[in-house]
Design a protein around this ligand. Structure first.
Ligand SMILES: CC(=O)N[C@@H]([C@@H](O)[C@H](O)[C@H](O)CO)[C@@H](O)CC(=O)C(=O)O
Length: 306
């Protein structure tokens, strides 16, 4: 697919599930998160992925989430829709919905729950791609799906011109280098592990999609700029500061996403809580979350002046 892939380069936060007080999808709160990200200058958003709690949503709710984000951001930034659902049928329905909403690309995890052979996985992704004319980004996340994309299967998928890249969330930065080597200039590799964003960008990723980006988009934008300018030592030091925040977010009781949503409240954006079985953070941790939000603000201020 001959297209300008640069619209997929840079910092693309995973968009979160924005709930009202009853825990239902909220368009006003979606718009608030969208504006918060737009004001900070991110390249695009990845809607309905892992960080979007998609796995706990009905197909109808996933359609709402895609529609609310598109209504807030279409024309303002690059929009990628995660449409992977347990069944191929539901994934195709979501893919068609995203295409109607004007998304720039689709993406999908492999099939989950049953362990399926590569032939079934390739068939699932191929069926989703066939449902629309949109470009497609493979989502490799073995930690949560149990399926590991190999360079050989990636090369097989590259035979489909709609494949424009892979969002690689596996931990080895080697995987990013191998997928980039396999796809060359025809693909964009998206760095998935936020803790290794700088390493991934140096080893072949032109972009990053991450679950912690929206908690501190300014810092990832700064890290990306430092990499682009070849200031790798400074980028590495900033990565270490970002990782201190990630470790703190993951050290609280409750889901990391609940902690991030509490941090966002302190940054002026209320998008509700998380959906069970994800657990809320404990009220006893309010002080620690205050500290995390303050640390982010201090880093943003410090690097704003750098
Ligand atoms: C295994 C996993 O969830 N990886 C995350 C990371 O952003 C992860 O949350 C971060 O590195 C913190 O560990 C992303 O790669 C996935 C993601 O952003 C998404 O689809 O929401």
């Amino acid at each position: 697919m001959d297209m300008d892939l640069t619209k997929f380069h840079g910092i693309i936060p995973a968009f979160y599930a924005c709930y009202d007080e009853q825990g239902n999808m909220s368009e006003p709160r979606t718009a608030a998160l969208a504006d918060y990200l737009y004001q900070r200058g991110v390249q695009g958003v990845y809607v309905g992925g892992s960080s979007g709690e998609c796995i706990y949503h009905s197909v109808e709710e996933r359609k709402q989430a895609l529609a609310y984000a598109a209504r807030a951001l279409k024309g303002k930034m690059t929009l990628i829709a995660h449409v992977g659902a347990p069944s191929t049928r539901d994934s195709i329905e979501l893919a068609r919905h995203a295409a109607e909403l004007g998304y720039d690309a689709l993406s999908a995890i492999p099939p989950i729950y049953f362990k399926l052979p590569d032939s079934a996985v390739v068939g699932y992704w191929t069926a989703i791609m066939a449902a629309t004319e949109l470009p497609f980004i493979i989502y490799n996340i073995p930690q949560t799906t149990g399926y590991t994309l190999t360079p050989a299967v990636f090369r097989q998928l590259l035979a489909n011109p709609k494949v424009i890249g892979v969002k690689n969330s596996s931990m080895p930065a080697l995987d990013i280098e191998r997928f980039k080597s396999a796809g060359g200039d025809r693909v964009v590799v998206f760095n998935g592990p936020d803790e290794q964003f700088v390493a991934g960008r140096i080893m072949g990723a032109a972009a990053g999609i991450g679950g912690t980006y929206a908690a501190m988009p300014e810092l990832y934008l700064q890290a990306d700029r430092l990499v682009r300018e070849g200031r790798f030592e400074e980028a590495g030091k900033l990565q270490s500061k970002i990782n201190d925040v990630i470790v703190a977010l993951c050290s609280l009781d409750g889901s990391m996403y609940a902690a991030i949503k509490e941090v966002l409240r302190r940054r002026g954006v209320n998008i509700g809580g998380v959906r069970a079985p994800l657990e809320d953070v404990s009220p006893a941790d309010a002080g620690r979350i205050d500290g995390i939000a303050a640390a982010i603000d201090a880093l943003v201020k410090r690097y704003d002046e750098a």
